[in-house]
Write a protein that binds this ligand. Structure first.
Ligand code: FAD
Length: 377
């Protein structure tokens, strides 16, 4: 590092904050810009003024990881309290437990199966005539048969992706999506929890360093790089290049917010598997902080649709067309000297928070090693 060299980071989400902190600690002067009025990106949480409930503004975020270094890292900036994600689904006028498990199977078929009996029963329902599944639908039918597929996978998937599961690749459903026990914790990870005061407070602490300056409500423009030794860009990859090769496809989400006196649904996340219900799920935010007590409640009805210019990009589509387009953008990015594209938008991938932090720590480490060795990036 040369005396006085400055680093520009686009985006004050987890990617930008973690990279910025790592560099700042080693003496770099870091400037972070974000177009939004708050830090923490899509993990942003804020208290609802009327009820006091901590709201996950861009949708529910549960921290889960097997990465001990990442777990130690986040615990250095926030107190994490125990939280297990237990999701329910409404289908055909009944409420079931997800992911599909022994309880779901027994309730759905009106049985009292033990694990081996359930395994044999589902095995007999599975459509073995499909030898080489090419679509999500064929894969699901081959794994679980038509009844479970239609109740728990078909409608939800169609609403989430905006197309029939018969038009999605089989690769989306890699493993048998059924558990033959009563385990309903959504994640298997060793470390799981929720930051006591929300994700934004945690990110504010990551950013709290004398070498870091944050400018909110500031849009990055490509011609604003002058004076910076390097740029880390966690905004959209296609946006950086002014969408010159077309827009990468995303799904966006609309959240219909409503309040309720008392408890609305009794759990944090209720999915809706039926196509007759236009939303995919309802999130009741108070249940993400079970250690707090609130009389009122804040809920989101969540609708998924194609992302249009001006919408927030949430889930990258990454089908055949998008992957080809991405390869063209990656070629452009590789020729762009002095810029590293990071995070979920900069690399056009769905990344969980722990993976985002892991990649950010590794990116910062690699950058500093290469600079110390005198290599350009
Ligand atoms: P972001 O959080 O998107 O941050 C990027 C920032 O860059 C944004 O603040 C944006 O405003 C800013 N920006 C973009 N372009 C510009 C520009 N041109 N100029 C200035 N600023 C710009 N992960 C989990 O581990 N558990 C979960 O339960 C979970 N739930 C999720 C639910 C949903 C609905 C979604 C969409 C994601 C979920 N994730 C979850 C993933 C999690 O949101 C990501 O891991 C995380 O947000 C990635 O951080 P990031 O910094 O890469 O991106």
């Amino acid at each position: 590092m040369k005396e006085g060299e400055r680093i520009l980071i686009v985006g004050a989400g987890l990617s930008g904050a973690v990279i910025g902190r790592a560099l700042a600690q080693e003496g770099w002067r870091v400037e972070i810009v974000d177009s939004r009025a708050h830090v923490a990106g899509n993990c942003h949480t804020e208290r609802d003024a009327a009820t006091g409930v901590m709201v996950h503004v861009y949708g529910p975020h549960i921290f889960h990881t097997d990465d001990a270094e990442v777990w130690a890292y986040v615990n250095g900036f926030a107190t994490f309290l125990p939280y297990k994600n237990r999701v329910k689904t409404t289908s055909g006028g009944q409420v079931y437990s997800l992911p599909v498990n022994l309880h779901t199977i027994n309730q759905f078929f009106g049985k009292c199966f033990r694990p081996d009996e359930a395994r044999a029963f589902i095995g007999a329902l599975a459509d073995r005539t499909i030898a080489d599944p090419r679509t999500f639908e064929e894969q699901a039918l081959r794994f679980v048969g038509r009844d479970l597929y239609e109740a728990f996978f078909k409608g939800y998937t169609q609403k989430q992706w905006g197309c029939a599961p018969a038009d999605l690749p089989a690769s989306i459903l890699k493993r048998l999506p059924v558990r033959f026990n009563y385990e309903d914790n959504y994640f298997f990870h060793r470390y799981q929890g929720m930051p006591e005061h929300g994700y934004t407070a945690m990110v504010e602490r990551i950013l709290d360093h004398p070498n870091i300056t944050v400018r909110l409500e500031t849009d990055f423009r490509r011609n604003a790089r002058d004076g910076f030794a390097h740029v880390f860009h966690s905004g959209p990859l296609d946006g950086y290049f002014d969408n010159d090769l077309g827009r990468l496809g995303y799904r966006t989400l609309d959240f219909e917010r409503f309040t309720h006196d008392g408890d609305y649904q009794g759990c944090a996340v209720m999915n809706y598997g039926d196509l007759s219900v236009p939303y995919t799920r309802i999130t009741e935010h108070k249940h993400f902080s079970p250690w707090e007590e609130h009389e009122g409640s804040v809920c989101y009805r969540e609708f998924s649709r194609t992302c249009e210019p001006g919408d927030i990009p949430y889930y990258p589509v990454r089908l055949v067309k998008e992957k080809a387009q991405l390869a063209d953008y990656v070629r452009l990015a590789e020729r762009e000297e002095g810029v590293t594209f990071v995070g979920r938008l900069g690399t056009y991938r769905y990344l969980d928070m722990d993976v985002t932090i892991r990649e950010a720590l590794d990116t910062a480490r690699l950058f500093m090693e290469r600079r110390a060795a005198g290599a350009a990036m």
